[in-house]
Each structure stands twice: as structure tokens, then as C-alpha cells.
Design a binder for this molecule. Structure first.
Ligand code: SAH
Ligand code: SF4
Ligand code: F3S
Length: 458
């Protein structure tokens, strides 16, 4: 029998990176590695990196720099850099930090066990950073045990063809590649059979999902499954009671996808629709291919078919050339849409992204001022929306028991709000209950359990 070794993995970035880390841990598990939370005892350290903003990449560099001491003590252990920074930096990472053994881009994570073995043999390796247009995401049945097992991510496509002027993702994940519908369905069936109740479909741009049906092979003219068709199929699968997805590009939000929100009960009333800016001039410079008016029409349509739907977004402040007036347009849009919550960022220059060469950069001080103003308004609106929900009864999916108080439980509403409530007997993660929202806390609600007969829908 092979001796068990230990792998330590640190993940930065988006949910797709989290899913990729799970995949790597599982693959290494099959090669006799157990996961450890202590990098200093690991035989293999993996840092799965994100390069979306300069700061994200910086965090990865400083962590990797710190692992030099571990490598000095135990030269036989392997340090692998995976993910988007690995893809961007390639060979340069190995030159800059000679204590690293492996550089593995997002399309190459499935090769990790083989690459680690070669590194152990001290075989000299070039970075594994090919990005192929004909890459096929391998069919892969996830491990189902472990915490949070009632709610799982399923990647349906990866990569991006949009080339927003500020964005590094098309350069790190390559062009859009959709998985076969059958592979996705097999994966979800497998999860459901092991007690998973909520599925979050992942892709950089799920709306442009185009999966070749199995029979179609590589024939482009054969029937393909688009995103709404895929959603309708998944919604019929036994055992899945909640379905979410992220992320969507507003230009690809089709009338058919809007209709899905009116027709598919299992589809949670939550839509993450990144707007980036409220100024048409800046949207055009960003290469977003929609106007503020187009965006508002889509939001209105979603709200028409699904009243109460939570709309969330991403916003960038200080994109090159953003004037005070442009920024005020973003503030106006925020006041008009009233987002349930939002992520907002200061624009950051990224390698290979065209905006990096734009001349009219906004000074750091102005970016900081704009971000502070925007975030305080977003927070205010989000709180007002949550306060307005106090007194309503919501369907809550049980997530976990509070470690410090036996009878305290926490769960999520269909709009993804966290609710803490008391229940004096055991509940199962994934179970659905009715809870009345009683009080708004900082990032959650306190609620009162109303009804527990609403067990798992199948
Ligand atoms: N595929 C997603 C975006 C993923 S990146 C989409 O198209 O919506 C998540 C967010 O990071 C983006 O929506 C954007 O708001 C932000 N972002 C991306 N590049 C950035 C940059 N160079 N500077 C600041 N924020 C950026
Ligand atoms: Fe980046 Fe734009 Fe693609 Fe989103 S749609 S990943 S922001 S290029
Ligand atoms: Fe970051 Fe790559 Fe995701 S850059 S946001 S980890 S696609």
C-alpha cells in the first residue's frame, strides 16, 4: 500500500477557483494525499491563484514568498502554483521564485497528480500553461462527503470571449468552452443521490453556454443546448430543490432566460447581473456592448416575471477616463435599481487588458473617494431592503448548527440572505423550513422558526 501524504491547498479568487481546488484535492486524494490545514507538514502545497486585480495577485505572491522557509527546511516537498496568476506569469514565476516546483494554468489542473510525480523525480518541467480552443473539460464525479455538502458548485462552462477592456479573464481562462449537457446532468444526479439539494452553476458567462449534445459530437450544425434549455432540464432532476447560477453578462440575458424565472420554481429569485458602470460613455470604453437603458430594461423584465427577485451586481470605479459626471451616473443607477447587495472595486490595470494602455488614468485618491461614497450608499440601500423584509416569512434552507450554541441554527433564504434561528431539536443541512424574519443584524437576519414540516422537496 502507498503511504499517505499530505496536501495543503490555499484558494484565492472566484467560485470557479474554489471548485477547481475541490477537484485538485479529490484527484490528489486518489493519489493517496489527504488534505491538511498545516502547510508546514504538507508534502505538497498548492496555491490556487486569482489575478483579477493587482491586489489579488499580490496576495498570492506574498504567500508564495513565505513558503520559501518551508522549502528550505524540507527540499523534497513540492510547491505548485495553479490558477490565473500561474497562467499569466508562466515561466517568470519560476524565475522570480526558484523555490517553486510547478506552474499549472486553469486548463491543466486535471494533470496535477502526474505533474507532482514528475516534480518529485526532479524531472525538469516547463510550466503547464497551454490554453487550447478544443479543450474538453473531463467528466468528473465529485466527492460528496464533507461539510457544506447540501450545496455544491457545478461548472458548466469556462473561459470568456468578451474581452472587456479592463479584464484579465479571457487571457487566463481562454475562450469559452461549454461542457456536454450529459456530463453536467450526470454530475448533478450523482450529487443529488448523495443528499445535495442546492446547485450553483458556474461559468464566467453562463448565458452563452452552448453545450453540444452527446450525439452531436463535434458537428457544429448539430443540436446544441443553450443555457435556458439546460436550466429547464436540470430543474426536472429528482432531489434538487434550489438552483442558482453565476455569472451572467447583461448583453446575453435572453428573453427566454427571463421567462425561466417566471416558470421554474426551483430557480432561486436571485440574479447577479454585473453592471460595472452607469455611464454609457464608460460602458462603451469598457467594451461591455450594452447601454444603461438596455440594462435597466433587463432588470425591469426580471422584476416583472419574478416580483421580489434579488438583484445583485459588480461595479468598477475609476475606470480610465471616468469623470465626476460618469461617476454620478453610476450613483444614479444604483439609486434607481436598488441592489440587494453589490461588490465594488477600484479599477486596477491588468496585464494584456487593453485599458492598461488607456492614457486618462484616474488618480488613486479620487478612486478611493468614489469607492467610499459608492459603498456607503450600496450598504445603506441593502440595509433598507433587509429592514423592509422584517416580519415576512421566508423559506430557509438549513445550512449548519452554531458551534457555540447547540440550539442555534443558520440557513439561507431563496435570495441568499443568511438567517440565524433557534430550534431545540436536530435538523439536517438541506432541509427547508419556514422562518419569520425578526431582526436585521450586520450581515444576516435573526428569525423565528414557524414551520418545519416543509422538509426536503424532491
Ligand atoms: N465574468 C464575470 C466577471 C468576473 S470578475 C462577469 O463578466 O461579470 C468579477 C468582477 O471583478 C467583475 O465583474 C468586475 O467588476 C471586477 N473586475 C474585473 N477586472 C477588474 C479590474 N481590472 N479592476 C477592477 N475590477 C475588476
Ligand atoms: Fe471579464 Fe468581461 Fe469576460 Fe466577465 S465578461 S470575464 S468581465 S471579459
Ligand atoms: Fe480570479 Fe481567475 Fe476567477 S482571475 S476571478 S480566479 S477566473
Amino acid at each position: 500500500m502507498t503511504k499517505t501524504k499530505a496536501i495543503y491547498i490555499k484558494t484565492f479568487g472566484c467560485q470557479m477557483n474554489e471548485r477547481d481546488s475541490e477537484i485538485m484535492v479529490q484527484l490528489m486524494g486518489e493519489a493517496s494525499y489527504r488534505e491538511t490545514s498545516r502547510p508546514e507538514e504538507a508534502d505538497c502545497i498548492v496555491v490556487n491563484t486569482c489575478g483579477i486585480r493587482g491586489k489579488a495577485a499580490q496576495k498570492a505572491y506574498s504567500l508564495l514568498g513565505g513558503y520559501r522557509a518551508i522549502k528550505d527546511l524540507r527540499p523534497e516537498m513540492i510547491i505548485a502554483v495553479t490558477g490565473c496568476v500561474a497562467q499569466l506569469d508562466g515561466e517568470n514565476l519560476l524565475k522570480r521564485m526558484p523555490h517553486l516546483d510547478l506552474v499549472v494554468g486553469p486548463q491543466n489542473i486535471y494533470r496535477l497528480p502526474e505533474l507532482v510525480r514528475a516534480a518529485q523525480r526532479r524531472a525538469i518541467q516547463a510550466p503547464a500553461v497551454e490554453l487550447r480552443g478544443d479543450f474538453v473539460i473531463p467528466p468528473f464525479l465529485p466527492k460528496t462527503a464533507g461539510k457544506g455538502s447540501h450545496r455544491r458548485f457545478v461548472t458548466i462552462m469556462q473561459g470568456c470571449n468578451n474581452f472587456c477592456a479592463y479584464c484579465v479573464v479571457p487571457h487566463t481562462r481562454g475562450r469559452e468552452i461549454s461542457r456536454k449537457p450529459q456530463d453536467i446532468i450526470d454530475e448533478i444526479r450523482h450529487l443529488a443521490a448523495h443528499g445535495v439539494r442546492e446547485i450553483i452553476l458556474l461559468g464566467q458567462n453562463v448565458n452563452s453556454y452552448r453545450g453540444l449534445n452527446q450525439v452531436g459530437g463535434k458537428d457544429e450544425n448539430f443540436p446544441v443546448s443553450d443555457f435556458p434549455t439546460l436550466l429547464r432540464t436540470i430543474a426536472t432532476l429528482q432531489g434538487i430543490s434550489r438552483l442558482r447560477f453565476t455569472t451572467s453578462h447583461p448583453k446575453d440575458l435572453s428573453p427566454e432566460l427571463v421567462r425561466c424565472f417566471g416558470e421554474i420554481d426551483h430557480l432561486c429569485p436571485h440574479f447577479h447581473l454585473p453592471v460595472q458602470s452607469g455611464s454609457d460613455r464608460i460602458l462603451a470604453k469598457m467594451n461591455r456592448k450594452y447601454t444603461k437603458a438596455d440594462y435597466l430594461t433587463k432588470v425591469a423584465e426580471l422584476r416583472r416575471v419574478r416580483p421580489g427577485i434579488a438583484i445583485t451586481t459588480d461595479i468598477i470605479v475609476g475606470f480610465p477616463g471616468e469623470s465626476n459626471e460618469d461617476f454620478e451616473e453610476t450613483m444614479n443607477l444604483v439609486n434607481f435599481v436598488r441592489y440587494d447587495s453589490a461588490f465594488s472595486f477600484k479599477y486596477s490595470d491588468r496585464p494584456n487588458a487593453v485599458a492598461t494602455s488607456f492614457a486618462d488614468q484616474v488618480p488613486e485618491r479620487i478612486k478611493s473617494e468614489r469607492l467610499a461614497r459608492l459603498q456607503s450608499r450600496l450598504e445603506e440601500i441593502s440595509r433598507e431592503i433587509r429592514v423592509s423584509l422584517v416580519g415576512t416569512t421566508q423559506e430557509v434552507m438549513v445550512e449548519s448548527r452554531n458551534k457555540n450554541a447547540e440550539e442555534q441554527w443558520s440557513g439561507r433564504t431563496t435570495t441568499n440572505q443568511i438567517v440565524n434561528f433557534v430550534c431545540d431539536h436536530p435538523l439536517t443541512p438541506g432541509q427547508q423550513l419556514l422562518v419569520r424574519l425578526e431582526e436585521v443584524c450586520r450581515h444576516s437576519f435573526r428569525g423565528q422558526l414557524i414551520h418545519q414540516s416543509m422538509t426536503e422537496k424532491t
